[in-house]
Ligand binder design. Structure first.
Ligand code: ADP
Ligand code: MG
Length: 238
């Protein structure tokens, strides 16, 4: 686990700056929801935390280390996206263990970690299935399992449930909450569903046009939104 520190982070694509100097301290073990309208910079910010983007200005510090100075393995960050590309020819267990195998982890250790993650995500009975034999929700759980087995320092989620139907989304939301209560990994969760943000997050960050409008607990934002934009987004009567 690790804390995450954004220090006056900016991102420009060519001449166009899309993240305008974002600063934020995320505590070790905290669950942050990052919300805001389409195009406001949520995915860009997430990729910057993951060390997948050149940072135009400022820095991202994870567990005391500047992220872009670390190798991907040293960063130990897991990302879960909405399109969870599983390998179709591999079983659930093989999908979950594949990255560990690439990293040279011993077979017995891989089996142990996969079994543990499968237990947490209720995938124990499905380990020998192929992705084509799974439902959408089960596939998303495998994608999460693949991330969990690496025991990441930080979990980044980019709208992981947006491809699922409403009923499944609610069920998966509960699973993510339970999972965080069990493993307590520092998490940044991008969503445009304010109910998802309200239920999951310790604190919500409201992003608008590459700037932070407000950071606060769900209750803070609901009771005392900083402005009309936040009030409109959170859906409070202000
Ligand atoms: P969100 O995830 O909140 O919908 P993004 O982070 O994807 O927003 O995008 C933020 C802004 O940056 C948008 O205006 C988008 O068009 C722009 N953008 C994102 N990626 C690139 C890129 N590779 N090149 C140029 N512009 C980009
Ligand atoms: Mg996005």
């Amino acid at each position: 686990m690790a804390s995450v520190e954004l220090k006056d982070v900016r991102k420009a694509y060519g001449a166009l700056e899309v993240i305008h100097g974002v600063s934020l301290s995320i505590a070790d073990g905290e669950f942050i929801a990052l919300v805001g309208p389409s195009g406001c910079g949520k995915s860009t910010l997430l990729r910057m935390i993951a060390g997948l983007e050149d940072i135009s200005h400022g820095e991202v510090v994870i567990g005391g280390n500047v992220v872009n100075a670390l190798t991907p393995r040293e960063r130990n960050i897991a990302m879960v996206f909405q399109s969870y590309a599983l390998y179709p020819h591999m079983t659930v267990a093989e999908n979950m263990g594949f990255n560990l195998k690439l990293s040279g982890v011993a077979k017995a250790d891989i089996e142990k970690r996969v079994a543990e993650a499968a237990r947490m995500l209720a995938l124990g009975d499905l380990l020998d299935r192929k992705p084509s034999q799974l439902s959408g929700g089960q596939r998303q759980r495998v994608a999460m399992g693949r991330a969990i087995v690496r025991d990441p320092a930080v979990f980044l989620f980019d709208e992981p449930l947006s491809n699922l139907d409403a009923k499944l989304r609610v069920a998966m939301r509960t699973e993510i909450k339970t999972l965080h209560q069990k493993v307590g990994t520092t998490s940044v969760y991008v969503t445009h569903d304010q109910i998802e943000a309200m239920t999951l997050a310790d604190r919500i960050v409201v992003l608008n046009g590459g700037n932070i409008e407000q950071v606060g607990t769900p209750l803070d934002l609901y009771r005392t939104p900083a402005n009309l934009f936040v009030a409109g987004f959170i859906g409070s009567p202000a």
